[in-house]
Design a protein around this ligand. Structure first.
Ligand code: DOR
Ligand code: ZN
Length: 348
């Protein structure tokens, strides 16, 4: 066990976050901007962000919502569709508007209906991305309804990811929000061209937590949490210090009414206490000294960006995390572990 009372690390970045738009963006973005220097912003709006103009406008709305006096850089992504134009994507990358392209297999998750139906259709885009060194960020689950939901990530590795990495040997890929020991082992087998993000919630909950004492819709996300053994494999990877593994919260706010429903949305909103949650997981594993590489060094290394110069400090202190966050008169969002005691607190 670590006996540390406080830890100071370089300011971290969030390499996978959903900031949404409109009133929801206004309500949630401050939480991410308070903790992180930069964030890779997911493009699964409705309609999705597929053009340079849409991404620049969205970036402007994010910066306006953050407000003045806070140094936070949103890094934009392009939503890959069957109709994607390789010229638009490469121009967006060269002009510094797009940092990466996001692949959603069609039907895999929230707002993924416009996603890719068959990888062969986008091979021209992947060819260009490989050439210019533009990363592909992958939601790694097959959508075949015959595949058990708990197996969709492992099957994706065999059916889609491994063949794609063979076909495009220089393409840089991030396997997003990994949830299985198979994913950990596969990432390790591929060297530095394959990164992986790991969420705080997948380090802290397993599939039993979704059903503890009753059904808990706020713990439902995609990829869904797996067995305890997989969680421990993720914890071991995150705390290993290996450069392939880095922080991505996948913070994905939905209103409490959309979550607490007969068919509740997938997504866990962890932004308000993201670093506290990661610190909690790392401290439990006795590996707080590895938090900085995971949260602040490995991601910039993968993306070829400088590390942040400022620092943040977390102190060991029991406190009660916030409860619901109001979006507007009728909409509230409940953060992960709202109302529960956290052992670490970020101090400004
Ligand atoms: O749980 C999830 N929520 N997983 C995703 O892949 C998307 C996200 C969302 O946008 O709500
Ligand atoms: Zn996501």
């Amino acid at each position: 066990m670590n006996t540390l009372k406080s830890i100071t690390i370089r300011r971290p970045d969030d390499w996978h976050v959903h900031l949404r738009d409109g009133a929801m963006l206004d309500a949630v973005v401050g939480y991410t901007a308070r903790q992180f220097g930069r964030a890779i912003v997911m493009p699964n709006l409705a309609p999705p962000v597929t053009t340079i103009a849409q991404a620049s406008d969205y970036r402007r709305r994010i910066i306006t919502a953050v407000g003045k006096g806070i140094s936070f850089k949103p890094l934009m992504t392009c939503y890959l569709t069957d109709q994607a134009d390789p010229a638009e994507i490469s121009r967006g990358f060269q002009e510094g508007v797009f940092s990466a392209v996001k692949l959603y297999p069609a039907g895999a998750t929230t707002n993924s209906a416009s996603g890719v139906t068959n990888m062969a259709i986008v091979s021209g885009v992947l060819e260009v991305m490989q050439e210019i060194g533009m990363p592909l960020l992958v939601h790694g689950e097959v959508t075949d309804p015959d595949i058990d939901i708990f197996d969709r990530e492992a099957v994706f590795i065999e059916r889609v990811l491994a063949p794609m990495l063979t076909d495009f040997p220089a393409l840089k890929v991030v396997f997003e929000h990994i949830t299985t020991s198979q994913a950990v082992a596969f990432v390790r087998s591929q060297g530095p061209r394959l990164g992986a993000t790991i969420t705080a919630h997948h380090l802290l909950i397993d599939r039993n937590d979704m059903f503890r004492g009753g059904i808990r819709p706020h713990l439902y996300c995609l990829p869904v949490a797996k067995r305890q053994g997989h969680r421990l494999a993720l914890l071991e990877a995150a705390t290993s210090g290996e450069i392939n593994f880095f922080l991505g919260t996948d913070s994905a706010p939905h209103s409490t009414t959309a979550k607490e429903s007969a068919c509740g949305c997938a997504g866990i909103f962890s932004a308000p206490t993201a670093m506290e949650l990661y610190a909690h997981a790392f401290a439990q594993a006795g590996a707080l000294e590895k938090l900085e590489s995971f949260a602040s060094l490995n991601g910039p290394d993968f993306y070829g960006l400088p590390v942040n110069e400022e620092t943040i400090t977390l102190v060991r202190e029991d406190w009660n995390a916030s409860s619901g966050i109001s979006v507007d008169d009728d909409t509230e969002v409940l953060p992960f572990m709202a109302g529960e005691t956290l052992e670490w607190k970020m101090v400004d």
